[in-house]
Design a protein around this ligand. Structure first.
Ligand SMILES: [Ca+2]
Length: 125
């Protein structure tokens, strides 16, 4: 599993179980349950690149749709409604993608807990 060593298998299973029904996904709940909330910047960076499957530096809508499958290959895809809500939550500048705005990654938003702030991430290249 992609998150092996970073997250606990049982936490991933519980988080996925919690949003198993269509339209029940809530990214804040999910991050808290899966144990990503409060992780180090390094770990969050790794998590970002796992979701950014084509390594474009952005998480586009199609990648976001498959977000749960980053955690488990057998997980469901997000519904269009969930994908759009999730995208809106992580897309601070409204460009339709989650990624870097200048030097600041809007991923800050994406994996945030109430006052967790991710340092600006410099993307390679
Ligand atoms: Ca991408």
């Amino acid at each position: 599993m992609a998150f092996k060593g970073m997250l606990k298998d049982e936490d991933i299973a519980a988080a996925l179980q919690h949003c198993a029904a269509a339209d029940s996904f809530n990214h804040k709940e999910f991050f808290a349950k899966v144990g990503l909330a409060g992780k180090s910047t390094e770990d969050l960076k790794k998590a970002f690149y796992l979701v950014d499957q084509d390594k474009s530096g952005f998480i586009e809508e199609d990648e976001l749709k498959l977000f749960l499958q980053t955690f488990s290959a057998s997980a469901r895809a997000l519904t269009d409604k969930e994908t759009k809500a999730f995208l809106a939550a992580g897309d601070a500048d409204g460009d339709g993608m989650i990624g870097v705005d200048g030097n600041q990654i809007t991923f800050t938003h994406f994996y945030q807990t109430s006052n967790y702030v991710l340092d600006p991430i410099q993307l390679a290249k």
